[in-house]
Ligand binder design. Sequence first.
Ligand code: ADP
Ligand code: MG
Length: 551
Amino acid sequence: MLELKDLVKKYEIGTFKQTALDGVSLSFRDHEFVCITGPSGSGKTTLLNMIGGLDRYDAGDLLINDKSTRHFSDTEWDSYRNHAIGFVFQNYNLITHTSVLANVEIGLTLSGLSTQARRERAIEVLDRVGLKDHIYKKPNQLSGGQQQRVAIARALANDPDIILADEPTGAIDSETSRQIMSLIQEIAKDKLVIMVTHDESIAEKYSDRIVALRDGKIVSDTNPIEANGVGTTKLKFKKTAMAFAQALKLSFNNLRTKKFRTAITAFAGSIGIIGIALVLSLANGLSNEIDRLERTTLAEFPIQVEPTAFDLDAARRGTPLERVDDVWDKFPDTEEVYVYEPTFSPFQHTNILTEDYLNHVNKLDPSLVNEITVIDSMEMHMMHEVDATPIMLNQARVNFGPMLGQTDFFEANYDLLTGSIPQDHTELLLVVDEYNRLTLSIMQTFGLNGSLDSVPFDTFLDKSFQVFDHDSFYIRDFDVDDKPIFSVPNESNRATLFNSDDGIGLTISGIARLSDDALGSFLSPGLKYHPSLVDTMREKAQESLYAEAQL
Ligand code: ADP
Ligand code: MG
């Protein structure tokens, strides 16, 4: 089921090329316990990373189920990693602040199993590794050997065909090592276990086969496979539930790759601040890596606290998310916006941003942050015509908000699908999601009613709006004591107002979508205004104050 052919991996450090694997050919049996040995720097970890699909080879081939992986898509690699492989590492990589049970359940979060089934499965594997009585403890209340058992249980949870272990006994004493090795030996009875160790005595005592590496080459193999001697079991290959399954799984290991950083930040970015906190806490066991990750990657990101947020915790407790990719085409080439009714709402919640909260934010230690910007959205009076009748635009329902001020940041993360990026305050941007979608509620708010599945881009570019400052909008009158009172215009006043010169005309100049390789999602789908619109409205208000004073 697994075969390496002349595999080559080089690392480039500046102008220097380090050959980590120099033409490795190796086949594995379906069930065997293989130890990879060799001195430090001989390429053991690199080999494991190639087999686990954590990193890409430069030449040669890795055959899975007799199929070349040379042209594997990211999705195929995801699927392979998520369903065929379980990883065990020297430093356990457990989440320290949550229970043993939760640590194992996390590996199953995206398996499609119900909460109950996940729990049962996690208890089953914890029982198998002899930890049934410790499931509610935190990892730091366990010994090193017990922690490694938790990591092994986590790797077994998904019932993968292959277990990859990198120096699993490197951090534990020899008596405990023996117990762990017996456990791994037991597991290898019905799985392929590939374990890296520099300890030859362990390899000899427990494994069925020792492959020795030196300078990226195989120098010996105690039990090689003759041609055609390989078993025929097929590796599991299911469609991955979600890319985020991979993000979770990967958070336990290769944080070093750029690709991973992009994946995790895109994920974190798309779910907002709560998600970032959660992703960070998930990887708590790797505090050094996370520090680095924060410094190098997350630090570039604005942390946005928006009026509504996505509650990942609730999502994890609840039913699996809709498998959007199964129903909708991602990044379609069509010139249409599609309509859908979101089903995520149970996980969406509203942040109540109180005065106290804002004071707290404004008092944050300035040495810890680059800049704090509080964007308080301005209540604007916007009208548009629906069926030739001017009506108020419900701004909340179209997610009316500012577009990103920094143009380069916007351009790096969004693709313009049609029209142009707003250049001044009279232009608006329509943002659609990765599937060119907008919610039914947004469509209806735009006045696009009836049974609609898709709306051509041009329909939106034809739409125009009028925005009014308070002075032009409210109708001033005087009460019996001659005190001024203000009232909201009624339907006929609105029509007059709409056709007057008092408003500022706005049009949608372009439609944009989160790009394929975006680092995060920064704009909720809907209508966005150019930042200068707020300034223009302020100036207008200022002018009328001035005019008032002149009277
Ligand atoms: P082992 O696990 O046997 O100690 P590795 O597979 O980690 O060896 O490393 C093999 C060689 O590749 C070493 O010379 C190491 O310095 C180099 N190497 C490994 N990973 C990287 C990397 N990410 N960047 C540059 N060089 C690397
Ligand atoms: Mg190593």
